[in-house]
Design a binder for this molecule. Structure first.
Ligand code: GLN
Length: 483
């Protein structure tokens, strides 16, 4: 049963082949048995899951249907879940039980999804390896000595290991697409504003966006359908109708114009990945797509701009964790300043502290113009590059990551080496565009992803292209041995 995709589960439940309760019990047992190897969950919510599964079965017995009704999922542990620990992978929030549900959590619960638990993540979503979690590193099911990618590494590892069919993630600079690529999954970062950020603990508010991680584009369509939509509680949520993503999967790719940026194939890209990306181009050409070389001339400035803007926003967002209102508080503070200093010094891990310091520095008087303002200008140039490119093509294609999953600990002493892994993903966040990563082959037994980017609100186009590609390739069906 654990091999079933979300779409197959929906059909199985509708055909009464099994109940949601049966499926939920099977998956919970599988998680208990196998997750100690991976560390992909921070909390299991067995009681809630069984209660939701029974309720979903009752709704189906009453004639209700729906793709998510009775479908087991998990949430990255930065989506607030009422009465349940929402840790953000941090000691700071280890004791925090959210007083309300995030909009995404509430919407999926209303659609009948069953929450199996909360998944491990880089602390405050800062990272590309899932090694900065207070709860320990997550392992890649394709090779337990390698990282699964981050920051939604728990969601990715759990889905890749068939512990459950799909999970939520968030993507500030690649945290859905990069772990999807490194674990052989399909992951989608929607257009900024497509999915509500209400109740999603903020890292960098102008970049953060929630989205689905699953094995197939078909499953991402189902999960995104349950997550997307206007939310008056989020002032950056956009009031645009949500199309029927599943209905749009079968469009023909005849004449689809795919742009391949020449800057994507420079030094730094593993040549074996470059070859696999060319194979995926050929596969799409066979389906009728037309390939065009394009240019994104400001791409080289993306990493420096992102690593000013994201920490700047983080330094402001994380100022709320002061040891007073919620979260970790140090023992026996001598006075208020001591309380602030020690609560934050003891509650935040080293990567989070580094980002807060970089961000506060970039925003400080005298440096604001040199760093933050300049980064914002680069951000606009990057957006303009995309706008020009999308005048000529319908989709942009390239690698998701320059390298396959690296060994645990390999980049620990050099944060910049890890930042460089985000080179292909962060531009979509800076511009607010939707992006998807899908399986494209293997290098040394480790998965490789191909990334597709589309104009604003064209998530449906991304899913359509990915689904057609997956009907004609079988990379996404490969299972890691041992799982
Ligand atoms: N790796 C990037 C960072 O550390 C992106 C993380 C994310 O998307 N949450 O900031």
């Amino acid at each position: 049963m654990h091999q079933l995709t979300l779409a197959e589960i929906t059909r199985g439940l509708a055909d009464k082949k099994f109940s949601s309760e049966e499926l939920t019990k099977t998956l919970l047992a599988r998680i208990t048995q196998l997750d100690p190897q991976l560390n992909s969950f921070i909390s299991l919510t067995e009681e809630l899951a069984l209660q939701q599964a029974k309720a979903a079965d009752a709704r189906r017995a009453n004639g209700e249907s729906g793709a998510l009704l009775g479908a087991p999922i998990a949430h990255k542990d930065l989506f607030c879940t009422q009465g349940i620990r929402t840790s953000c992978g941090s000691k700071m929030l280890d004791n925090f039980k959210a007083p309300y549900d995030a909009t995404v959590v509430a919407k999926l619960a209303a659609a009948g999804a069953v929450t199996l638990g909360k998944t491990n993540m880089d602390e405050f979503a800062m990272g590309s390896a899932n090694e900065s979690s207070y709860y320990g590193a997550v392992k890649n099911p394709w090779n337990l000595e390698h990282v699964p990618g981050g920051s939604s590494g728990g969601s990715a590892a759990a889905v890749a290991a068939r512990l459950l069919p799909a999970a939520t993630g968030t993507d500030t600079g690649g945290s859905i697409r990069q772990p999807a690529a490194l674990t052989n999954l399909t992951g989608l970062k929607p257009t900024y504003g497509r999915v509500s950020r209400w109740g999603m603990i903020a890292y960098a508010s102008s970049l953060d966006q929630g989205g689905p991680l699953a094995r197939t584009a078909e499953d991402c369509a189902i999960l995104l359908q349950g997550m997307a939509g206007f939310d008056p509680n989020d002032s950056t949520s956009i009031d645009e109708p949500v199309p029927d993503y599943s209905a749009g999967l079968n469009g023909s790719l005849q004449g689809l114009r795919i742009g391949v940026p020449k800057e994507y194939f420079g030094a730094g890209l593993d040549p074996r990945i470059a070859e696999l990306i060319q194979d995926s181009v050929k596969a799409l050409q066979k389906l009728g797509a037309v390939i065009k070389e394009i240019s994104l001339p400001n791409m080289q400035h993306a990493i420096p701009a992102y690593y000013v803007i994201a920490p700047a926003e983080a330094s402001s967002n994380l100022s709320r964790f002061d040891g007073v209102r919620f979260g970790y508080r140090c023992e026996d503070p001598k006075n208020l300043i001591d309380l602030y200093k020690r609560s934050r010094g003891e509650g935040f891990g080293p990567e989070v502290q580094r980002r807060i310091m970089v961000g506060a520095y970039a925003l400080s008087a005298g440096y604001y113009d040199a760093y933050y303002l300049k980064a914002q200008k680069i951000r606009r140039l990057i957006k303009n590059d995309f706008m020009a490119a999308f005048n000529e093509v319908d989709i942009i294609l390239g690698p998701t990551t320059p390298n396959p999953a690296w060994k645990l600990g390999a980049k620990n002493s050099d944060p910049v080496a890890a930042y460089l892994e985000d080179v292909y993903t962060i531009t979509a966040n800076l511009a607010g565009l939707p992006g998807l990563s899908m399986p494209a082959g293997f290098v040394d037994g480790l998965p490789v992803g191909v990334q597709l980017l589309a104009p604003y609100f064209q998530e449906g186009r991304l899913l359509n292209v990915a689904h057609q590609y997956q009907l004609n390739t079988d990379w996404h069906t490969r299972t890691p041995t041992g799982f």
